[in-house]
Design a protein around this ligand. Structure first.
Ligand code: 0A1
Ligand code: ZN
Length: 881
């Protein structure tokens, strides 16, 4: 195994390769234990490169059986293989030459799920970021673009299906029980986009006619018998293809587009050219087994991978430091797609909830890094919410600053100028500067400075002059390796609401630039003065979450309630309600911690119940309004010296308060929102289910016994309702016979559906309280637990560590010790999975001292272990720094 190399890669060291790769011909003879790969690589020396320069190729855990130059053995004196490189000397000065490398792989024992591996008898590859070097020696970096031909030979019975990127050239029988297929991808691509799949799978087929009238064959491959569960994914794919043509002007460029769903996969999905490989969790859905959240995720991830065809594949990254070039932009595109398919405001609320609960803690802790980092030790650890979600927010801010038309002009220029290239963030920004004539130098700091900016705002009204001054101050907190920061360009959407809820038609007198409703904060401190304001206005700042910042503004609950009732921007209404709730929950935590009674703010109760009851608002929004900030949201708001038990206790009391005050409304909503007809996954129906389940949750939290939750469990006729009812039973009444019987019944009913059994594990892993650790340990010996399947490990161990604040952060530190042992157990099999789960401890320094000490000890135990992977060692070292 490639153990902790400790080597730091730096952006400043980037230089192009000495040799240009022209063509790649690969032949795979597939076998579970011994697959033979012959790679024929045509290179020429780049102009100006010294004739003495050797060719250095990357490799990882390879067994090489032959190495030829123009079909002749290369003598040992002219080549040298180390653990991770192959160096070849004395190569032709100018003429192109062919290197032929033969390697032997064992897909069956490849538990890291990088390179070529086998999952449920299907051969499959994962090459991003550096998996191709586990297949053959290769210049495995994203700026090496080549045209690939791929020949696949395999046993015909076990692998009737042989797939790779591009277009199918043809195939034939081999006469020995094997057959072969050849594929050709005309689009030059980097090795991380290579894919091969072989096995026996079922298929769902369709076609899409592109805007220019070409017919594209669409195929989704799943395990036999699961075809019906791929129809929603197919529908999402066709809608994505159409949307990309209409909104971004991007047409698909091959004759065929394929998706393969596999059950062992480290991430969500992978955008290999023309042959996406998906974690089957993001393909398979039917009402009986998938929740509304699953349907929404499938739609978003199908779109995300498809959109990569232009943002990632046609235009790719020069080096891995530029990862956000494809990921941030593609997340922005999939967010916009989902917003167009569903409710824009509700989608935005969900995005911001996710950003705040995942990215903000990352940016505030030891793993903080810029959207465009400048160093890394293990690139796998940079597939982060900062690169993805903050990267998307940065793209969104460009659109906000430039406005729709200039943003589109910049995107069009980017596609025109850089098609077929491997480029940088600077190239991307230059397109918007050139298209708009604007200078985005200061704005670019968003890519380079880590940490969530804090904007402090205060307003003062002068009744005599009828002016309102808004003073803004920004600070960007220090982060690892960046102690001081420059002021950023922060675009803040603003509305000034008058007493009656209408919006003031104000004119700016002085201060920061304003375009439409956007205030451009560009200095450390700026004051904007507005005139023509007839009465004291209530500022609604950062509408639509126009900038990914923390905002501190002293505002009374009454002022916030005014925003929550009247803002035209629905997101801002939710934001105001959420701020009222968060203030109340922070106070409740302090009360619970000091043994005082917890008090519920009247403005919170009124605001929540009024939003829930307001029939003019869409149900999905009302459900979001009812969802109190989570325990980790509260911990983040408190910031330091956190006691997860006090947070939980305070929040439970507030929940009970809302449940009691809103009981009549919640009873009414559970009736009104019941859907009589057959299940439909559309956003409106999902919104009704969400509101009904929010109301039900409060009713159950107001109940003394499990009867209502048990009844909901019995009556449920879809997975959204069923899993919510099971969660309510397990979390609110864990040790009752109703819960035990529901858990047993659920397990029996869905025992042969891995994705549903993942939910069964996750629901139990999140039961609050210290006893859950023992439950998790017991579940690990359940016959359905499988430590080799990433989804299963994430559903039990990952969910416990990430999403059970009271269970994981037990005061005696046992949760951390358990995790340390799990990490050390998983790491040798699957370092990527281990490293990712370990990031659940990223906020350990914000815990109170006793827990923080336990956490540090557990991290030290990991750090002190021998043979740690580069992945885990990188995370643990940064976490302890
Ligand atoms: N590019 C993919 C994410 C991805 C990254 C690394 C992987 O290796 C295991 C797999 C997938 C995306 O953004 O969807
Ligand atoms: Zn992506």
């Amino acid at each position: 195994m490639r153990t902790n190399t400790g080597q730091t890669i730096r952006l400043e060291d980037y230089r192009p390769t000495d040799f240009v790769l022209e063509r790649v011909d690969l032949t795979f003879e597939l076998d579970p234990k011994e697959t033979k790969v012959e790679a024929r690589l045509i290179f020429h020396r780049r102009e100006g490169v010294s004739p003495a320069a050797p060719l250095v190729l990357d490799g990882d855990e390879l067994r090489m059986t032959s190495l030829l130059l123009d079909q002749v053995d290369i003598p040992p004196a002219l080549c040298e293989a180390t653990d991770d490189t192959l160096t070849i000397r004395d190569l032709p000065e100018t003429a192109p030459f062919e290197i032929t490398v033969t390697t032997l792989l064992s897909p069956e024992t490849n538990t890291k799920l990088m390179g070529l591996y086998r999952t449920n008898n299907v051969y499959c590859t994962q090459c991003e970021a550096e998996g191709f070097r586990r297949i053959t020696y290769f210049p495995d970096r994203p700026d090496v673009l080549a045209v690939y031909t791929v020949n696949i030979i395999a046993d015909k019975t076990t692998s009737p299906l042989l797939l790779s990127n591009g277009n199918y050239l043809g195939g034939a029988e081999m006469g020995d029980g094997r057959h072969f297929a050849a594929w050709y991808d005309p689009h030059p691509k980097p090795s991380y986009l290579f894919a091969l799949v072989a096995g026996d799978l079922g298929v769902v087929e369709d076609t899409f006619t592109t805007v220019s009238g070409r017919t594209v064959a669409l195929r989704i491959y799943v395990e036999h018998g699961k075809e019906a569960r791929a129809s929603y994914a197919m529908d999402a794919l066709k809608r994505s293809m159409k949307w990309d043509e209409e909104v971004f002007g991007r047409e698909y460029d091959l004759d065929i587009f394929m998706i393969v769903a596999v059950s062992d996969f480290n991430m969500g999905a992978m955008e290999n050219k023309g042959l996406n490989v998906f974690n089957d969790k993001y393909v398979l859905a039917d009402p009986e087994t998938a929740t509304d959240a699953d349907y929404a995720n499938i739609e978003a991830i199908i779109a995300h991978e498809y959109f990569h065809n232009w943002t990632g594949n046609r235009i790719t990254c020069r080096d891995w430091f530029q990862l956000c070039l494809k990921e941030g932009l593609t997340v922005y595109r999939d967010h916009e797609f989902s917003a167009d398919m569903r409710s824009r405001a509700v989608k935005r609320i969900a995005e911001v909830r996710h950003l705040k609960s995942e990215q903000f803690p990352e940016d505030a802790g030891p793993l903080a890094h810029p959207v465009r980092p400048t160093t890394y030790r293990e690139i796998n650890n940079f597939y982060t919410t900062t690169v993805y979600e903050k990267g998307s927010e940065v793209t969104r801010m460009i659109a906000t600053i430039l406005g729709r038309d200039l943003f589109k002009k910049g995107m069009d220029l980017y596609f025109d100028r850089h098609d077929g290239q491997a480029v940088t963030i600077e190239d991307f920004i230059a397109c918007f500067e050139d298209a708009s004539g604007r200078d985005l130098k200061q704005f670019s700091l968003w890519y380079h400075q880590a940490g969530t900016p804090l904007v402090t705002a205060s307003g003062s009204y002068d009744a005599e002059k009828q002016t309102f001054s808004l003073s803004l101050e920004q600070t960007v907190p220090p982060t690892p390796g960046q102690s001081t920061k420059e002021p950023m360009h922060i675009p803040l959407r603003l509305g000034l609401l008058l007493e009656d809820g209408s919006e003031a038609k104000a004119a700016k007198v002085s201060g920061a630039d304003i375009t439409d409703d956007v205030v451009h904060l560009t200095e450390r401190r700026q004051t904007v003065v507005f005139s023509g304001i007839p009465s004291r206005p209530v500022p609604s700042l950062n509408r639509g979450f126009s900038a990914p910042i923390n905002l501190h503004m002293e505002q009374s609950a009454e002022d916030r309630a005014l925003i929550a009732r009247h803002e035209i921007d629905l997101f801002a209404r939710w934001q105001a309600l959420n701020a009222i709730a968060l203030d109340n929950l922070v106070a409740a935590t302090a009360q619970a911690r000091s043994g005082q009674p917890v008090t519920c703010d009247g403005a919170l109760l009124d605001g929540l119940i009024a939003a829930a009851a307001d029939d003019r608002l869409e149900p999905a929004f009302r459900s979001q309004a009812l969802a109190l900030p989570s325990e980790s949201d509260i911990a983040r708001e408190i910031g330091s010296n956190n006691d997860p038990d006090a947070i939980h206790a305070g929040r439970q009391q507030i929940l009970a308060g809302v449940a009691a005050a809103g009981r009549d409304t919640f009873i009414r909503l559970t009736d009104e929102m019941a859907s009589p007809g057959p299940f439909s996954p559309d956003a409106t129906s999902a919104g009704r289910r969400a509101l009904r389940n929010s109301a039900l949750t409060f009713l159950v939290y107001g109940d003394r016994g499990p009867e209502k939750a048990a009844e909901a469990f019995r009556d449920a006729n879809n997975m959204t309702d069923l899993s919510l009812a099971l969660t309510l039973l397990a979390h609110r009444f864990p040790d009752t016979k109703e819960t035990t019987s529901a858990l047993t019944g659920f397990k029996q009913r869905f025992a042969d559906n891995a994705l549903v059994i993942d939910k069964w594990f996750a629901i139990q892993a999140t039961i609050p309280g210290p006893e859950t650790l023992d439950r998790v340990k017991t579940l690990m010996s359940d016959p359905l637990f499988n430590g080799n399947n990433p989804n299963r490990v994430r559903s039990l161990v990952g969910t416990f560590a990430f999403s059970n604040p009271t269970g994981f952060n037990r005061a005696d530190g046992e949760g951390y010790r358990f995790l340390a042992r799990q990490i050390l157990d998983i790491d040798p099999r699957n370092p990527q999975l281990a490293a990712r789960i370990l990031t659940s401890m990223r906020s350990w320094r914000s815990l109170e001292d006793v827990r923080a000490d336990h956490a540090r000890n557990a991290l030290n135990e990991i750090a002190g272990a021998s043979n740690l992977s580069a992945d885990v060692s990188d995370i643990v070292d940064r976490m302890l720094k």
